[in-house]
Design a protein around this ligand. Structure first.
Ligand code: FAD
Ligand code: MLT
Ligand code: ZN
Length: 482
Protein backbone atom coordinates (compact mmCIF):
# COMPACT_ATOMS: atom_id res chain seq x y z
CA UNK A 1 0.00 0.00 0.00
CA UNK A 2 2.90 2.38 0.75
CA UNK A 3 5.57 1.17 -1.68
CA UNK A 4 7.95 4.13 -1.42
CA UNK A 5 8.23 4.53 2.35
CA UNK A 6 9.98 2.53 5.01
CA UNK A 7 9.26 2.53 8.70
CA UNK A 8 11.40 5.03 10.58
CA UNK A 9 13.32 2.84 13.01
CA UNK A 10 13.93 5.76 15.36
CA UNK A 11 10.35 5.28 16.53
CA UNK A 12 9.77 2.92 19.43
CA UNK A 13 7.70 -0.24 19.14
CA UNK A 14 4.73 -0.70 21.46
CA UNK A 15 5.45 -3.03 24.37
CA UNK A 16 3.23 -4.79 26.91
CA UNK A 17 4.41 -2.18 29.46
CA UNK A 18 3.18 0.65 27.22
CA UNK A 19 -0.24 -0.98 26.97
CA UNK A 20 -0.31 -1.56 30.71
CA UNK A 21 0.56 2.11 31.26
CA UNK A 22 -2.20 3.31 28.89
CA UNK A 23 -4.71 1.04 30.63
CA UNK A 24 -3.67 2.47 33.98
CA UNK A 25 -4.23 6.12 32.97
CA UNK A 26 -7.26 5.80 30.68
CA UNK A 27 -10.81 4.77 31.52
CA UNK A 28 -11.93 1.18 30.83
CA UNK A 29 -12.78 0.68 27.16
CA UNK A 30 -10.36 3.37 26.00
CA UNK A 31 -7.48 1.08 25.01
CA UNK A 32 -8.18 -1.06 21.94
CA UNK A 33 -5.56 -3.54 20.79
CA UNK A 34 -5.39 -5.51 17.53
CA UNK A 35 -5.06 -8.67 19.60
CA UNK A 36 -8.54 -8.10 21.03
CA UNK A 37 -10.44 -6.02 18.49
CA UNK A 38 -10.81 -5.46 14.77
CA UNK A 39 -9.03 -2.13 14.22
CA UNK A 40 -9.64 -1.91 10.46
CA UNK A 41 -12.10 1.01 10.86
CA UNK A 42 -9.22 3.05 12.29
CA UNK A 43 -6.62 1.78 9.82
CA UNK A 44 -8.47 2.30 6.52
CA UNK A 45 -9.39 5.71 5.18
CA UNK A 46 -12.76 6.79 3.80
CA UNK A 47 -11.66 6.24 0.17
CA UNK A 48 -10.38 2.75 1.04
CA UNK A 49 -7.11 3.76 -0.58
CA UNK A 50 -4.77 3.86 2.42
CA UNK A 51 -4.35 0.95 4.83
CA UNK A 52 -2.27 1.31 7.98
CA UNK A 53 -1.21 -1.36 10.45
CA UNK A 54 -1.80 0.20 13.82
CA UNK A 55 -2.00 -2.31 16.63
CA UNK A 56 -3.26 0.19 19.19
CA UNK A 57 -6.08 2.71 19.34
CA UNK A 58 -6.45 5.04 22.32
CA UNK A 59 -9.67 6.90 23.07
CA UNK A 60 -9.03 9.63 25.62
CA UNK A 61 -11.94 11.34 27.39
CA UNK A 62 -10.21 14.53 28.50
CA UNK A 63 -7.36 16.87 27.65
CA UNK A 64 -5.49 15.56 30.70
CA UNK A 65 -5.73 12.01 29.36
CA UNK A 66 -4.38 13.15 25.98
CA UNK A 67 -1.54 14.81 27.86
CA UNK A 68 -0.71 11.57 29.73
CA UNK A 69 -0.74 9.65 26.43
CA UNK A 70 1.59 12.12 24.75
CA UNK A 71 4.00 12.22 27.73
CA UNK A 72 4.48 8.46 27.38
CA UNK A 73 4.76 8.65 23.58
CA UNK A 74 7.33 11.43 23.90
CA UNK A 75 9.43 9.49 26.42
CA UNK A 76 9.25 6.28 24.35
CA UNK A 77 9.38 7.94 20.88
CA UNK A 78 6.11 6.27 19.91
CA UNK A 79 4.61 7.76 16.77
CA UNK A 80 0.92 8.75 16.78
CA UNK A 81 -1.88 9.70 14.39
CA UNK A 82 -4.64 11.92 15.78
CA UNK A 83 -7.92 10.79 14.26
CA UNK A 84 -11.27 12.59 14.08
CA UNK A 85 -14.13 11.20 12.02
CA UNK A 86 -11.71 9.60 9.54
CA UNK A 87 -13.43 11.32 6.61
CA UNK A 88 -10.24 12.96 5.29
CA UNK A 89 -9.54 12.57 1.58
CA UNK A 90 -5.74 12.68 1.47
CA UNK A 91 -4.74 9.67 3.54
CA UNK A 92 -3.79 11.83 6.54
CA UNK A 93 -6.07 10.28 9.14
CA UNK A 94 -4.82 6.70 9.10
CA UNK A 95 -1.43 5.30 10.10
CA UNK A 96 1.18 4.30 7.54
CA UNK A 97 2.86 1.65 9.71
CA UNK A 98 2.22 0.91 13.38
CA UNK A 99 1.59 4.45 14.67
CA UNK A 100 -0.80 4.64 17.62
CA UNK A 101 -4.20 6.04 16.65
CA UNK A 102 -5.50 8.65 19.09
CA UNK A 103 -9.20 8.68 18.35
CA UNK A 104 -10.95 11.81 19.58
CA UNK A 105 -14.43 10.30 19.37
CA UNK A 106 -15.03 10.22 23.14
CA UNK A 107 -14.18 13.90 23.60
CA UNK A 108 -17.47 15.22 22.34
CA UNK A 109 -18.90 17.72 24.79
CA UNK A 110 -19.89 21.32 24.25
CA UNK A 111 -18.04 23.21 26.97
CA UNK A 112 -19.87 26.52 26.74
CA UNK A 113 -21.96 28.63 24.42
CA UNK A 114 -22.53 32.35 24.82
CA UNK A 115 -25.90 33.25 23.31
CA UNK A 116 -24.98 36.94 23.16
CA UNK A 117 -21.61 36.77 21.40
CA UNK A 118 -22.28 33.49 19.53
CA UNK A 119 -18.98 32.02 20.75
CA UNK A 120 -18.91 28.26 21.15
CA UNK A 121 -16.25 26.37 23.09
CA UNK A 122 -16.31 22.64 22.47
CA UNK A 123 -14.26 19.45 22.58
CA UNK A 124 -12.45 18.57 19.36
CA UNK A 125 -14.35 15.29 19.00
CA UNK A 126 -17.79 16.87 18.63
CA UNK A 127 -19.37 15.71 15.37
CA UNK A 128 -19.99 18.66 13.03
CA UNK A 129 -23.65 17.87 12.37
CA UNK A 130 -24.61 17.44 16.02
CA UNK A 131 -22.73 20.60 16.94
CA UNK A 132 -24.62 22.48 14.27
CA UNK A 133 -27.86 20.97 15.57
CA UNK A 134 -26.99 22.18 19.09
CA UNK A 135 -26.45 25.66 17.65
CA UNK A 136 -29.63 25.52 15.53
CA UNK A 137 -31.66 24.99 18.70
CA UNK A 138 -30.24 28.30 19.93
CA UNK A 139 -30.70 30.22 16.68
CA UNK A 140 -27.06 29.98 15.57
CA UNK A 141 -25.13 28.13 12.87
CA UNK A 142 -21.69 26.50 12.75
CA UNK A 143 -19.74 28.57 10.20
CA UNK A 144 -18.78 25.48 8.16
CA UNK A 145 -20.80 22.84 6.37
CA UNK A 146 -19.71 19.89 4.27
CA UNK A 147 -20.96 16.59 2.92
CA UNK A 148 -19.21 14.54 5.62
CA UNK A 149 -20.90 16.50 8.44
CA UNK A 150 -22.52 13.38 9.93
CA UNK A 151 -19.11 11.86 10.73
CA UNK A 152 -16.35 14.49 10.71
CA UNK A 153 -15.30 16.17 13.95
CA UNK A 154 -14.95 19.89 14.50
CA UNK A 155 -11.37 19.22 15.66
CA UNK A 156 -10.74 17.38 12.38
CA UNK A 157 -12.27 20.31 10.51
CA UNK A 158 -9.87 22.71 12.20
CA UNK A 159 -6.93 20.33 11.75
CA UNK A 160 -7.63 20.24 8.00
CA UNK A 161 -8.81 23.85 7.70
CA UNK A 162 -11.85 22.47 5.91
CA UNK A 163 -13.56 24.81 3.44
CA UNK A 164 -16.89 23.30 2.50
CA UNK A 165 -20.07 24.60 1.00
CA UNK A 166 -20.44 28.04 2.60
CA UNK A 167 -16.93 29.45 2.85
CA UNK A 168 -18.16 32.08 0.41
CA UNK A 169 -20.46 33.36 3.15
CA UNK A 170 -18.79 32.62 6.47
CA UNK A 171 -15.14 32.75 5.48
CA UNK A 172 -12.28 30.44 6.36
CA UNK A 173 -11.69 28.81 9.76
CA UNK A 174 -8.58 31.00 9.97
CA UNK A 175 -11.03 33.83 10.58
CA UNK A 176 -13.75 32.17 12.65
CA UNK A 177 -11.67 30.02 15.02
CA UNK A 178 -10.88 32.24 17.99
CA UNK A 179 -8.97 29.83 20.16
CA UNK A 180 -7.41 26.39 20.31
CA UNK A 181 -6.47 24.03 23.09
CA UNK A 182 -3.98 21.38 22.03
CA UNK A 183 -1.63 18.86 23.54
CA UNK A 184 1.91 19.23 22.29
CA UNK A 185 4.03 16.20 21.30
CA UNK A 186 5.77 16.22 24.72
CA UNK A 187 2.45 16.22 26.57
CA UNK A 188 2.34 19.86 27.60
CA UNK A 189 -0.99 21.58 27.16
CA UNK A 190 -1.11 24.55 24.81
CA UNK A 191 -3.95 26.63 26.20
CA UNK A 192 -4.98 29.32 23.78
CA UNK A 193 -8.70 28.80 24.07
CA UNK A 194 -9.44 32.53 23.90
CA UNK A 195 -12.88 33.87 23.18
CA UNK A 196 -11.84 37.27 21.90
CA UNK A 197 -12.65 38.43 18.40
CA UNK A 198 -9.84 40.95 18.58
CA UNK A 199 -6.44 40.16 20.04
CA UNK A 200 -3.32 41.70 18.59
CA UNK A 201 -0.83 40.58 21.21
CA UNK A 202 1.96 39.10 19.16
CA UNK A 203 2.28 36.08 16.89
CA UNK A 204 -1.03 34.28 16.47
CA UNK A 205 0.34 30.82 17.25
CA UNK A 206 -3.05 29.08 17.17
CA UNK A 207 -3.23 29.77 13.42
CA UNK A 208 -0.47 27.22 12.90
CA UNK A 209 -2.70 24.47 14.25
CA UNK A 210 -5.42 25.34 11.72
CA UNK A 211 -4.57 23.11 8.77
CA UNK A 212 -1.67 21.36 10.54
CA UNK A 213 -3.28 17.93 9.95
CA UNK A 214 -2.11 16.38 13.19
CA UNK A 215 1.56 17.16 12.60
CA UNK A 216 2.09 19.68 15.42
CA UNK A 217 -0.07 18.44 18.28
CA UNK A 218 -3.46 16.98 19.20
CA UNK A 219 -6.22 19.57 19.10
CA UNK A 220 -8.45 18.93 22.12
CA UNK A 221 -10.76 21.95 22.12
CA UNK A 222 -11.72 24.89 19.98
CA UNK A 223 -13.50 28.16 20.45
CA UNK A 224 -15.27 29.49 17.39
CA UNK A 225 -17.38 32.46 16.41
CA UNK A 226 -20.80 31.30 15.18
CA UNK A 227 -23.13 33.59 13.23
CA UNK A 228 -26.91 33.81 13.72
CA UNK A 229 -28.76 31.19 11.71
CA UNK A 230 -30.62 32.71 8.79
CA UNK A 231 -34.39 32.49 9.06
CA UNK A 232 -34.93 32.20 5.34
CA UNK A 233 -32.96 29.86 3.10
CA UNK A 234 -33.70 29.63 -0.61
CA UNK A 235 -32.13 27.39 -3.21
CA UNK A 236 -32.17 27.65 -6.98
CA UNK A 237 -30.76 25.07 -9.37
CA UNK A 238 -30.19 25.85 -13.00
CA UNK A 239 -28.69 24.49 -16.21
CA UNK A 240 -26.21 26.32 -18.44
CA UNK A 241 -24.56 25.44 -21.71
CA UNK A 242 -21.01 26.71 -21.22
CA UNK A 243 -18.48 27.34 -18.49
CA UNK A 244 -18.33 30.95 -19.70
CA UNK A 245 -21.99 31.29 -18.73
CA UNK A 246 -21.34 29.75 -15.31
CA UNK A 247 -18.87 32.58 -14.65
CA UNK A 248 -21.34 35.19 -15.89
CA UNK A 249 -23.99 33.81 -13.55
CA UNK A 250 -21.52 34.03 -10.66
CA UNK A 251 -20.64 37.66 -11.34
CA UNK A 252 -24.34 38.51 -11.46
CA UNK A 253 -25.00 36.56 -8.24
CA UNK A 254 -22.38 38.60 -6.41
CA UNK A 255 -23.85 41.82 -7.72
CA UNK A 256 -27.54 41.06 -7.36
CA UNK A 257 -27.81 38.64 -4.44
CA UNK A 258 -24.83 40.20 -2.66
CA UNK A 259 -25.38 40.05 1.13
CA UNK A 260 -27.81 37.10 1.01
CA UNK A 261 -25.66 34.88 -1.25
CA UNK A 262 -24.48 31.90 0.83
CA UNK A 263 -23.36 29.29 -1.70
CA UNK A 264 -22.53 29.13 -5.38
CA UNK A 265 -21.68 25.56 -6.37
CA UNK A 266 -21.15 24.26 -9.88
CA UNK A 267 -21.36 20.77 -11.32
CA UNK A 268 -20.73 19.43 -14.81
CA UNK A 269 -23.06 17.10 -16.62
CA UNK A 270 -20.84 14.05 -16.03
CA UNK A 271 -21.05 14.56 -12.27
CA UNK A 272 -24.84 14.76 -12.41
CA UNK A 273 -25.09 11.60 -14.47
CA UNK A 274 -22.97 9.89 -11.84
CA UNK A 275 -25.35 10.96 -9.03
CA UNK A 276 -28.37 9.96 -11.15
CA UNK A 277 -26.94 6.46 -11.57
CA UNK A 278 -27.31 5.81 -7.84
CA UNK A 279 -30.17 8.10 -6.86
CA UNK A 280 -33.87 7.44 -6.67
CA UNK A 281 -34.62 11.15 -6.89
CA UNK A 282 -36.05 12.69 -10.02
CA UNK A 283 -33.55 14.98 -11.76
CA UNK A 284 -34.29 18.64 -10.98
CA UNK A 285 -34.42 19.69 -14.67
CA UNK A 286 -36.04 17.76 -17.50
CA UNK A 287 -33.45 18.47 -20.17
CA UNK A 288 -29.72 17.72 -19.89
CA UNK A 289 -27.30 20.65 -19.78
CA UNK A 290 -23.53 20.90 -19.95
CA UNK A 291 -23.29 22.61 -16.56
CA UNK A 292 -25.43 23.08 -13.48
CA UNK A 293 -25.28 25.63 -10.69
CA UNK A 294 -26.78 25.52 -7.23
CA UNK A 295 -27.26 28.95 -5.71
CA UNK A 296 -28.27 29.34 -2.09
CA UNK A 297 -29.37 32.52 -0.36
CA UNK A 298 -29.67 32.96 3.41
CA UNK A 299 -31.38 35.99 4.85
CA UNK A 300 -34.01 37.20 7.25
CA UNK A 301 -36.87 38.52 5.14
CA UNK A 302 -38.73 35.99 3.03
CA UNK A 303 -40.44 38.44 0.69
CA UNK A 304 -37.26 40.41 0.10
CA UNK A 305 -35.06 37.32 -0.42
CA UNK A 306 -37.48 35.52 -2.73
CA UNK A 307 -37.98 38.62 -4.79
CA UNK A 308 -34.25 39.08 -5.15
CA UNK A 309 -33.66 35.47 -6.20
CA UNK A 310 -36.61 35.54 -8.60
CA UNK A 311 -35.35 38.75 -10.23
CA UNK A 312 -31.86 37.26 -10.46
CA UNK A 313 -33.17 34.14 -12.20
CA UNK A 314 -35.35 36.11 -14.59
CA UNK A 315 -32.38 38.31 -15.45
CA UNK A 316 -30.28 35.23 -16.23
CA UNK A 317 -33.04 33.82 -18.44
CA UNK A 318 -33.54 37.11 -20.29
CA UNK A 319 -29.85 37.52 -20.98
CA UNK A 320 -29.65 33.91 -22.13
CA UNK A 321 -27.15 32.95 -19.47
CA UNK A 322 -29.20 30.06 -18.18
CA UNK A 323 -31.24 27.63 -20.19
CA UNK A 324 -33.58 26.40 -17.47
CA UNK A 325 -33.93 26.64 -13.73
CA UNK A 326 -35.96 25.62 -10.71
CA UNK A 327 -36.57 27.21 -7.33
CA UNK A 328 -37.07 25.01 -4.25
CA UNK A 329 -40.55 25.48 -2.84
CA UNK A 330 -40.05 23.96 0.59
CA UNK A 331 -37.43 22.48 2.90
CA UNK A 332 -37.66 19.02 1.33
CA UNK A 333 -36.95 20.47 -2.09
CA UNK A 334 -34.04 22.47 -0.67
CA UNK A 335 -32.62 19.22 0.72
CA UNK A 336 -33.23 17.33 -2.52
CA UNK A 337 -31.55 19.97 -4.65
CA UNK A 338 -28.52 19.91 -2.35
CA UNK A 339 -28.34 16.12 -2.81
CA UNK A 340 -27.42 16.70 -6.45
CA UNK A 341 -24.34 18.54 -5.25
CA UNK A 342 -23.46 16.89 -1.94
CA UNK A 343 -24.09 13.40 -3.32
CA UNK A 344 -21.35 13.63 -5.94
CA UNK A 345 -18.40 12.27 -3.85
CA UNK A 346 -20.40 9.32 -2.55
CA UNK A 347 -21.69 8.38 -6.00
CA UNK A 348 -18.16 8.53 -7.41
CA UNK A 349 -16.90 6.30 -4.62
CA UNK A 350 -19.34 3.58 -5.70
CA UNK A 351 -17.35 2.98 -8.90
CA UNK A 352 -14.47 1.36 -7.06
CA UNK A 353 -11.77 3.99 -6.63
CA UNK A 354 -11.39 7.72 -7.24
CA UNK A 355 -8.34 9.82 -8.08
CA UNK A 356 -9.24 13.09 -6.41
CA UNK A 357 -7.77 16.48 -7.22
CA UNK A 358 -8.87 19.40 -5.09
CA UNK A 359 -7.33 22.48 -6.60
CA UNK A 360 -7.44 26.27 -6.65
CA UNK A 361 -7.04 27.80 -10.09
CA UNK A 362 -7.85 31.26 -11.40
CA UNK A 363 -11.55 31.14 -12.29
CA UNK A 364 -11.27 31.70 -16.03
CA UNK A 365 -9.22 28.51 -16.49
CA UNK A 366 -10.85 26.39 -13.79
CA UNK A 367 -12.83 24.00 -15.99
CA UNK A 368 -10.12 23.73 -18.65
CA UNK A 369 -8.33 21.27 -16.37
CA UNK A 370 -11.23 18.82 -16.58
CA UNK A 371 -11.33 19.01 -20.37
CA UNK A 372 -7.57 18.65 -20.69
CA UNK A 373 -7.65 15.66 -18.34
CA UNK A 374 -10.24 13.87 -20.48
CA UNK A 375 -8.13 14.49 -23.59
CA UNK A 376 -4.99 13.24 -21.87
CA UNK A 377 -6.61 10.03 -20.63
CA UNK A 378 -7.91 9.30 -24.13
CA UNK A 379 -4.55 10.14 -25.71
CA UNK A 380 -3.07 7.41 -23.54
CA UNK A 381 -5.54 4.94 -25.04
CA UNK A 382 -8.16 4.77 -22.30
CA UNK A 383 -11.83 5.16 -23.07
CA UNK A 384 -13.99 6.95 -20.54
CA UNK A 385 -17.16 5.26 -19.36
CA UNK A 386 -17.21 2.35 -21.81
CA UNK A 387 -17.80 -1.14 -20.54
CA UNK A 388 -14.29 -2.44 -21.00
CA UNK A 389 -12.48 0.60 -19.68
CA UNK A 390 -11.19 1.01 -16.14
CA UNK A 391 -11.93 4.76 -16.29
CA UNK A 392 -15.58 5.09 -15.35
CA UNK A 393 -15.97 8.87 -15.34
CA UNK A 394 -14.04 12.15 -15.30
CA UNK A 395 -16.00 14.87 -13.57
CA UNK A 396 -15.62 18.46 -12.46
CA UNK A 397 -17.57 20.23 -9.73
CA UNK A 398 -16.82 22.46 -6.82
CA UNK A 399 -16.99 25.64 -4.88
CA UNK A 400 -16.90 28.08 -7.76
CA UNK A 401 -17.36 30.99 -5.39
CA UNK A 402 -14.00 30.09 -3.84
CA UNK A 403 -12.14 29.31 -7.08
CA UNK A 404 -11.99 25.66 -5.94
CA UNK A 405 -12.38 22.86 -8.48
CA UNK A 406 -12.81 19.18 -7.62
CA UNK A 407 -11.53 17.12 -10.52
CA UNK A 408 -12.34 13.46 -9.93
CA UNK A 409 -11.36 10.50 -12.05
CA UNK A 410 -13.47 7.51 -11.04
CA UNK A 411 -12.04 4.08 -11.81
CA UNK A 412 -13.21 0.50 -11.35
CA UNK A 413 -9.99 -0.17 -9.48
CA UNK A 414 -6.92 1.82 -8.50
CA UNK A 415 -4.34 1.39 -11.21
CA UNK A 416 -0.76 2.69 -11.23
CA UNK A 417 -0.91 3.18 -15.01
CA UNK A 418 -3.78 5.64 -14.70
CA UNK A 419 -2.08 7.33 -11.75
CA UNK A 420 1.09 7.89 -13.81
CA UNK A 421 -0.98 9.45 -16.59
CA UNK A 422 -2.47 11.90 -14.11
CA UNK A 423 0.40 12.62 -11.75
CA UNK A 424 2.45 14.76 -11.74
CA UNK A 425 0.82 16.08 -14.94
CA UNK A 426 -2.18 17.57 -13.07
CA UNK A 427 0.16 19.30 -10.61
CA UNK A 428 2.38 20.68 -13.38
CA UNK A 429 -0.75 22.03 -15.05
CA UNK A 430 -1.66 23.79 -11.81
CA UNK A 431 1.85 25.11 -11.21
CA UNK A 432 1.79 26.81 -14.63
CA UNK A 433 -1.33 28.72 -13.51
CA UNK A 434 0.09 29.53 -10.05
CA UNK A 435 -2.70 27.55 -8.46
CA UNK A 436 -2.77 25.36 -5.35
CA UNK A 437 -2.46 21.56 -5.40
CA UNK A 438 -4.74 21.42 -2.38
CA UNK A 439 -7.47 23.99 -1.98
CA UNK A 440 -9.20 22.44 1.04
CA UNK A 441 -8.53 18.73 1.61
CA UNK A 442 -4.94 19.22 2.79
CA UNK A 443 -1.70 17.39 2.11
CA UNK A 444 -1.81 14.21 4.17
CA UNK A 445 0.04 11.33 2.57
CA UNK A 446 -1.39 11.86 -0.92
CA UNK A 447 -0.22 15.40 -1.63
CA UNK A 448 3.03 15.48 0.33
CA UNK A 449 5.25 14.87 -2.74
CA UNK A 450 3.48 17.60 -4.69
CA UNK A 451 3.77 20.49 -2.24
CA UNK A 452 6.63 21.87 -4.31
CA UNK A 453 4.24 22.62 -7.16
CA UNK A 454 2.47 25.21 -5.02
CA UNK A 455 5.02 26.41 -2.47
CA UNK A 456 8.39 28.03 -2.82
CA UNK A 457 11.40 26.04 -1.49
CA UNK A 458 12.12 28.72 1.11
CA UNK A 459 8.55 28.49 2.40
CA UNK A 460 8.81 24.69 2.55
CA UNK A 461 12.05 25.05 4.52
CA UNK A 462 10.33 27.38 7.01
CA UNK A 463 7.52 24.84 7.36
CA UNK A 464 10.13 22.16 8.13
CA UNK A 465 11.70 24.39 10.77
CA UNK A 466 8.32 25.03 12.39
CA UNK A 467 7.64 21.29 12.47
CA UNK A 468 11.03 20.71 14.18
CA UNK A 469 10.35 23.32 16.85
CA UNK A 470 6.96 21.86 17.70
CA UNK A 471 7.76 18.20 17.23
CA UNK A 472 11.52 17.59 17.54
CA UNK A 473 11.13 13.79 17.60
CA UNK A 474 8.81 13.82 14.59
CA UNK A 475 6.27 11.55 16.31
CA UNK A 476 3.17 13.50 15.21
CA UNK A 477 1.56 11.94 12.13
CA UNK A 478 4.85 10.96 10.46
CA UNK A 479 5.50 10.20 6.74
CA UNK A 480 2.94 12.85 5.74
CA UNK A 481 2.51 16.56 5.08
CA UNK A 482 6.17 17.62 4.91
P1 FAD B 1 -9.95 12.99 9.97
O1 FAD B 1 -10.25 12.52 8.61
O2 FAD B 1 -10.05 12.02 11.06
O3 FAD B 1 -8.47 13.61 9.98
C1 FAD B 1 -8.04 14.49 9.00
C2 FAD B 1 -6.65 15.05 9.39
O4 FAD B 1 -6.76 15.84 10.56
C3 FAD B 1 -5.64 13.97 9.72
O5 FAD B 1 -4.37 14.38 9.32
C4 FAD B 1 -5.70 13.85 11.24
O6 FAD B 1 -4.49 13.42 11.80
C5 FAD B 1 -6.00 15.28 11.63
N1 FAD B 1 -6.83 15.40 12.85
C6 FAD B 1 -8.12 15.01 13.02
N2 FAD B 1 -8.53 15.34 14.26
C7 FAD B 1 -7.49 15.97 14.86
C8 FAD B 1 -7.29 16.53 16.15
N3 FAD B 1 -8.26 16.56 17.06
N4 FAD B 1 -6.08 17.09 16.42
C9 FAD B 1 -5.09 17.10 15.51
N5 FAD B 1 -5.22 16.57 14.28
C10 FAD B 1 -6.41 16.01 13.96
N6 FAD B 1 -13.35 18.77 3.09
C11 FAD B 1 -13.48 20.08 2.81
O7 FAD B 1 -12.59 20.87 3.13
N7 FAD B 1 -14.60 20.56 2.18
C12 FAD B 1 -15.62 19.77 1.82
O8 FAD B 1 -16.59 20.21 1.24
C13 FAD B 1 -15.51 18.38 2.12
N8 FAD B 1 -16.52 17.54 1.82
C14 FAD B 1 -16.38 16.21 2.06
C15 FAD B 1 -17.42 15.35 1.68
C16 FAD B 1 -17.29 13.99 1.89
C17 FAD B 1 -18.42 13.07 1.48
C18 FAD B 1 -16.12 13.46 2.49
C19 FAD B 1 -15.96 11.99 2.75
C20 FAD B 1 -15.10 14.31 2.88
C21 FAD B 1 -15.21 15.69 2.65
N9 FAD B 1 -14.20 16.57 3.01
C22 FAD B 1 -14.32 17.91 2.75
C23 FAD B 1 -12.97 16.07 3.63
C24 FAD B 1 -13.07 15.87 5.16
O9 FAD B 1 -14.36 15.59 5.54
C25 FAD B 1 -12.58 17.07 5.90
O10 FAD B 1 -11.21 17.19 5.65
C26 FAD B 1 -12.81 17.02 7.42
O11 FAD B 1 -12.49 18.29 7.93
C27 FAD B 1 -12.00 15.98 8.16
O12 FAD B 1 -12.49 15.85 9.48
P2 FAD B 1 -12.36 14.48 10.28
O13 FAD B 1 -12.82 14.70 11.67
O14 FAD B 1 -13.00 13.38 9.57
O15 FAD B 1 -10.78 14.29 10.30
C1 MLT C 1 -16.92 18.38 -1.84
O1 MLT C 1 -16.89 19.59 -2.07
O2 MLT C 1 -17.89 17.67 -2.14
C2 MLT C 1 -15.80 17.80 -1.07
O3 MLT C 1 -14.70 18.59 -0.97
C3 MLT C 1 -15.55 16.36 -1.18
C4 MLT C 1 -15.08 15.84 -2.48
O4 MLT C 1 -14.85 16.57 -3.41
O5 MLT C 1 -14.93 14.64 -2.57
ZN1 ZN D 1 -15.12 20.60 -1.53
Amino acid sequence: MYPDVVRDERFGKITAEDIEYFRSVLAPGSVLTAAEEDLSGYNIDSMRKYHGQSQLVLKPRSTEEVSLIMKRCHARKLAVVPQGGNTGLVGGSVPVFDEIVISMSLMSKVRSFDEVSGILVADAGCVLESTDQYLAERGYIFPLDLGAKGSCHIGGNVATNAGGLRLLRYGSLHGTVLGIEAVMPDGTIFDSLGKLRKDNTGYDIKQLFIGSEGTLGVITGISIFCPRRSKVVNVAFFGLESYEKVQQAFVKAKGELSEILSAFEFMDTASQEQVARFSELRRPLDEAHNFYVLVETSGSNRVHDEEKLQTYLEGLMESDIIADGVLAQDETQVKNLWTWREGIPESLGKSGGVYKYDVSIPLDELYQLVEDTRVRIQEFGHDIGTEGSNVVNVVGYGHLGDGNLHLNVAVKQYDKQIEYILEPWVYEWIEKRHGSVSAEHGLGFAKKPYLKYSKDQRVIELMRQVKKVYDPNGIMNPYKYI
